[in-house]
Design a protein around this ligand. Structure first.
Ligand code: BGC
Length: 550
């Protein structure tokens, strides 16, 4: 273990951390195969350090057939050869830690990839065998088992069941997958599955990983006893029961699993931490975050919040209080690899059905890029001033817009393929980053890019923004540097502004944040203006802007 680099420090380092999400295939490509890699990340550690983030969250980098961008994991304790090697992973941890940056890795416990050795063994074994019992295999209905076991549909549509061919060649049993058919769900009632994940957590924690982002954390335990099988859509969250007894999600028993993970986390100094991706009722979100549980749970509420001061305030207050009740801190998220970039969302009318808008071409209504970027910058400064941790998604520091012009035949997202004409493709926020204004794949790598980059990407490049004092990149750098000096305890005080379209609060040490959600410039409170997301107009804060004052 001694060859690995560990970062010591307080056990609650994560409570107000700024965490930068790297989607490894699209960040930086060192070997020129068109897919980002670990050496690419290592080469950008100085960039991350200059940006001023406290931690990086790495989306899956494990061996994978990439049926769902790596969320189909074939081996939980290795690195995808397309991305690098374990030795390079260790080098990356070392480089990050030396720069004072901690590392979260994604853990995908609900399902593996269909190339996982356990799933391959299950296909070769007989119905009822221990190998099949690690997943959810059932006989079909009908005379010859030709009818799927239930009407459960997958998140990506259509059905959540796929029939296999038995080893001797005849059509056989069916297995359950809440996502793509290449993502068979584990049977978490099987102790072997539980043990194996503890082994995985120790494997990465021993290599210096500081924390985990837990994929679909609320889905692991399902009610499948006595032949019961859910018959419903799995993506319609309005169908989920909120009392811990739903057939598929957020069952109370799932917390037993995370309490056992916590015991592993506490074997380390500082204890490892995890953040749950749990799409559950807001009141049931924070139990995942309690001290004997994972530590933190994502609050995604701002992703769909309307651009209104009152709504922001309500959402913020609720999440601060609710996280505190469970002894945790909340998270603020405006973008990630699953949603339309916030610079684009904010350029569209509030409440628009984004899936429908996207599948209808993403042109009606058109995106108002200026409004989108102004609001994105303002919202980012606002959340950075709040107590709790902030999760940033690669490219948002460039003010990147969603890429809406990817030709259909170059899309990669199973959500798009499995539900034609109904679901949005998530590829538009996963296009490789523009590092330079010109040149092969805008500096992403010497060999092209696995998703097509639009010609306007050069205007958003790091190279261009580096030189421009007013750029979004430099705004993020300044904001993160200031935040690290200004940050204090997790209290917040709300202030009434004369204008109800303004959100004004301060932190314990007098650091004030003012956001103008209205359309006219507003007065700022007394004090020194430290940073603004837009230049002031006659000393006033313009529409769609945030100022920090002390
Ligand atoms: C991830 C998605 C992924 C899904 C299945 C999530 O919520 O964020 O990108 O498709 O889990 O693993």
């Amino acid at each position: 273990m001694s060859e690995f680099t560990f970062l010591k420090g307080p056990k609650d380092w994560w409570r107000q951390a700024v965490v930068y999400q790297i989607y490894p295939r699209s960040f930086s490509d060192a070997n020129g195969d068109g897919i980002g890699d670990l050496n690419g990340i290592i080469s950008k550690v100085p960039y991350l350090q200059q940006l001023g983030v406290d931690a990086v969250w790495l989306s899956p980098f494990y061996p994978s057939a990439l049926a769902d961008g790596g969320y189909d994991v074939d081996d939980y304790r290795d690195v995808d050869p397309k991305i690098g090697t374990l030795a390079e992973f260790d080098k990356m941890v070392d480089a990050l830690h030396k720069a004072g940056i901690r590392l979260f890795v994604d853990i995908v416990p609900n399902h593996s990839g269909s190339g996982h050795e356990w799933f391959q063994a299950a296909l070769k074994a007989a119905p009822g065998s221990p190998e099949r019992d690690r997943y959810i295999f059932r006989d079909g209905k009908g005379e010859n088992g030709e009818i799927r076991p239930s009407e459960l549909s997958s998140h990506f549509g259509p059905t959540a069941w796929t029939r296999i061919t038995e080893p001797k060649g005849e059509p056989g049993q069916w297995y359950m997958h809440l996502f793509a058919s290449e993502q068979p769900d584990f049977n978490w009632d099987n102790p072997e599955v539980r043990e194996d994940f503890l082994k995985t957590l120790r494997f990465w924690s021993d290599r210096g990983v500081d924390g985990y982002r837990v994929d679909v954390a609320h889905a692991l335990v399902k009610n499948l006893a006595n032949g019961h099988l859910p018959e419903r859509q799995s993506y319609d969250l309005s169908l989920v029961k909120h009392d811990g007894t739903d057939d598929l999600f957020d069952r109370d028993e799932v917390h037993d699993i995370y309490r056992s993970w916590r015991q592993v986390f506490n074997e380390y100094d500082p204890p490892r931490v995890a953040v749950a991706e749990a799409w559950v009722h807001p009141e049931r979100r924070h139990p995942y975050a309690s001290e004997d549980n994972l530590g933190q749970s994502f609050n995604f509420d701002l992703l769909g919040e309307h651009w209104k001061a009152g709504r922001f305030k309500k959402t913020i207050s609720f999440n601060l209080a609710s996280a505190a009740k469970w002894g945790s801190s909340t998270t603020w998220v405006l973008s990630n690899h699953d949603v339309i970039r916030h610079a684009t969302r904010y350029g569209l009318p509030d409440g628009l059905n984004l899936d429908k808008w996207f599948v209808e071409g993403g042109v009606n209504p058109p995106v108002n890029n200026k409004q989108g970027l102004d609001r994105a910058r303002a919202a980012t400064m606002l959340i950075l001033a709040l107590p709790g941790s902030t999760y940033l998604y690669q490219g948002e520091e460039l003010g990147l817009q969603e890429v809406l012009e990817i030709p259909h035949d170059q899309m990669q997202d199973p959500q798009w393929f499995r539900n034609p004409g109904k679901s949005r493709s998530r590829d538009g926020c996963r296009v490789p980053l523009p590092w330079t204004s010109t040149g092969t794949s805008f500096g992403f790598g010497p060999g092209g890019s696995h998703l097509p980059q639009p010609s306007w990407f050069g205007d958003y490049s790091v190279e261009k923004q580096d030189r421009d004092e007013a750029s979004t990149l430099n705004l993020y750098r300044l904001a993160l540097a200031l935040r690290s000096q200004l940050i204090s305890d997790e209290s917040i005080q709300w202030h009434r502004h004369l204008n109800s379209k303004v959100l004004h609060f301060s932190r314990a040490n007098g650091w004030q944040s003012v956001t103008n959600f209205g359309t006219k410039p507003v007065k700022l409170p007394a004090g020194k203006v430290l940073l603004t997301s837009q230049p002031l107009v006659d000393g006033k804060l313009p529409a769609n802007a945030t100022a920090w004052v002390k």
